[in-house]
Design a protein around this ligand. Structure first.
Ligand SMILES: [Cu+2]
Length: 329
């Protein structure tokens, strides 16, 4: 079942509402007729409603009700079409490139690659973890005494350095200036090695891949526009790993799914908008070869740090735009 506030979930509720009304009326009528005209009930021949089995009550039919039998269902069907078409429109109108987060997704046999056309800096919610990472000229890691933080692992461009945290001071300052062109991750861990808090910067042009166990990371409260590609059947690229076949990128949480078609130069496009932070499933919904079933992944919805204001945008804040998977209609 998609997230509660997606256009598909709303559509499901609306269809269910009308189905229940139609169901109650038709089954109500059915059971009433079964009870009234059941066997062994002696027919009252003076009753205007008296029905003789096998004969149509030509003399006593009710034109108004018979016309209603046609008009009412037609109206309901037209209304359901209107409901379905309006949500269709909401899904197919691609958001403005300037106001959305744009990415490329490449499907291969049998994994996903995520290419960042924009940088993304994010961290876990400091109000929940009691840990806050700030990186500008210096790197400052603040941690509450109750947080249990003992170490911080800082990985810059694939090189990791471990720092011990002095729990009395509640703060660690490192002379290391932020470089927005380098993929950097800071993980604050407790004494048993569990990750309490993650801060990460994904630079422009960076690539993440499910083949390496990496998740797709997207910001919350922003329209995420994905351009989807599958490699063409170019024989120079032909080898067992990069054979271009059709895939389908599916995010069950938001009810959105789109095919990746080899040979389509501009790719295909889909978009969604996540309100809530968390980790959700990625599936391939098009049989694409032997290991199709292994073509799975995860998407992390994170609260991002605005690149200009350096302020964190929390997922539960009302940003004034509350649309998901195509917007509510
Ligand atoms: Cu696939």
């Amino acid at each position: 079942m998609p997230a509660d506030d997606t256009v598909f979930s709303v559509l499901y509720d609306k269809f269910l509402f009308w189905s229940i009304i139609v169901g109650v009326l038709t089954f109500g009528w059915l059971f009433y007729a079964m009870a009234r005209y059941r066997q062994n009930i002696v027919p009252d021949t003076t009753d205007i409603d008296h029905i003789v089995v096998g004969s149509f009550p030509v003399d006593r039919h009710n034109t108004k009700i018979e016309v209603l039998f046609y008009v009412l269902p037609t109206l309901i069907v037209v209304w359901l079409v209107v409901l379905a078409l309006s949500s269709n429109t909401a899904v197919w109108v691609i958001p403005d490139e300037d106001e959305s987060f744009n990415m490329e997704v490449v499907g291969k046999q049998w994994f996903w690659e995520f290419h960042y056309n924009e940088e993304l800096t994010w961290q876990d919610d400091p109000r929940e973890t009691d840990i806050d990472v700030n990186w500008g000229q210096d790197l400052v890691i603040q941690f509450g005494n109750e947080s249990g933080a003992t170490n911080a692992t800082i990985t810059i461009g694939g090189v990791s350095i471990d720092y011990g945290l002095d729990s009395d001071l509640g703060s660690l300052r490192i002379l290391s200036s932020f470089d927005r062109t380098i993929f950097s991750t800071i993980e604050v861990i407790d004494s048993s090695g569990d990750v309490l808090h993650t801060w990460q910067h994904i630079p422009f042009d960076h690539e993440l891949s499910t083949a390496l166990g990496e998740h797709l990371v997207v910001p919350c409260d922003e329209e995420v526009v994905l351009s989807l590609f599958s490699l063409t059947n170019d024989y120079s690229e032909l080898n067992s790993t990069y054979w271009g076949v059709q895939h389908s990128f599916w995010l069950p949480e938001w009810g959105v799914k789109e095919d990746l078609v080899p040979g389509l130069e501009g790719g295909t496009v889909m978009w969604f908008m996540a309100d809530d932070p968390g980790t959700f499933d990625i599936r391939c919904a098009e049989y694409c070869g032997l290991d199709h079933s292994k073509m799975v992944g995860k998407v992390d919805v994170v609260s991002y740090i605005d690149e200009f204001t350096r302020q964190q945008v929390f997922c539960d804040e009302d940003t004034g735009v509350k649309k998901t998977g195509g917007g509510n209609n």
